[in-house]
Design a protein around this ligand. Structure first.
Ligand code: NAD
Ligand code: ZN
Length: 258
């Protein structure tokens, strides 16, 4: 871990008027949920292009539910890791305005973040595409899966954004507003290739924000949109930044601790 960059990130957060985080599947890898790029795991078994496309759900929901059942099992048992917990701490200290996440696992909320924008929806609710009923997914048990509509018995679709589906407009509008009005953005564990999500750090940069990237490897943002990349695991880097912020007794941190 590059300590100079940890110090730089802590300094940028402390001097920023408004900081947001933009997160992707990489932040949940250390909670046991594989990203699309992992050499092994869920997405080696199920090609996302094939299984996570809305056409696949319409034409063969039983097949897509085999993948969803495995994903639900992971999401139901996953716990926030130190990266999620660190972002929640920054929010509590008054140093993080919002988390815009592409993840559907609910781990930012579980860690304690209050202002989470779910750009690609959530697993917590499911909808019936036949009669429009919405069902609470948090009360479902493994034996309830694949989940059926209590009214018309059609297979339910989790309220996650499949490829080929639009982004929930409120999430998109609020995210774009946040990205245009922030002065720093932490971009954590995203390959930044899925649009329109990936335009969030680009918009922030265009408005003059500092873009701090945390990732195991470079992405298309690195060296152009990002001011700098801190290479390594989010579960180590984010707690280190939070520690450094505290060590410097950031002004807002000081008020809360006194
Ligand atoms: P991605 O799989 O395309 O990229 C993940 C990125 O995280 C990679 O750049 C990788 O280098 C990095 N990474 C992996 N482990 C890391 C770690 N420990 N610390 C820091 N970085 C790490 O993910 P994406 O950009 O979010 O795009 C994939 C899409 O898939 C998203 O739209 C998301 O909705 C969906 N998805 C969600 C989940 C989830 O909810 N947890 C899981 C898989 C996929
Ligand atoms: Zn129904």
């Amino acid at each position: 871990m590059n300590h100079q960059l940890i110090e730089r990130a802590a300094g940028d957060i402390l001097k920023s008027k408004k900081t947001i985080a933009f997160t992707g599947a990489g932040i949940s890898v250390e909670s046991g949920i594989p990203d699309f790029r992992s050499a092994e795991g869920l997405w080696q078994k199920y090609d996302p292009e094939e299984y996570a496309h809305i056409h696949a759900f319409h034409s063969n929901p039983d097949k897509v539910w085999r993948m969803l059942k495995d994903m639900f099992t992971l999401v139901m048992t996953a716990k926030p890791n130190p990266a999620h917990i660190g972002l929640a701490e920054l929010e509590r200290m008054g140093l993080l305005s919002s988390v815009i996440t592409q993840n559907v696992d609910g781990l930012h909320q579980a860690a304690g973040n209050k202002n989470v924008i779910e750009f690609h929806g959530t697993h917590r609710t499911l909808s019936c595409l036949t009669c429009a009923k919405t069902v609470d997914g948090t009360s479902l048990k493994m034996e309830d899966l694949p989940a059926r509509c209590p009214h018309c018995l059609s297979l339910l679709k989790p309220d996650v954004v499949f490829f080929g589906e639009p982004i929930p407009w409120q999430a998109q509008a609020y995210s774009f507003k946040e990205s245009k009005s922030c002065s720093a953005v932490l971009v954590v564990g995203t390959s930044a290739i899925v649009y329109p999500a990936a335009s969030i750090p680009i918009m922030a940069k265009e408005q003059g924000a500092t873009v701090i990237e945390i990732n195991m490897e470079p992405t298309p943002l690195t060296g152009s949109v990002s001011d700098y990349l801190i290479s390594g695991s989010a579960g180590k880097i984010i707690p280190a930044i939070v520690e450094e912020v505290k060590r410097r007794g950031g002004k807002k941190a000081e008020i809360l601790q006194s």
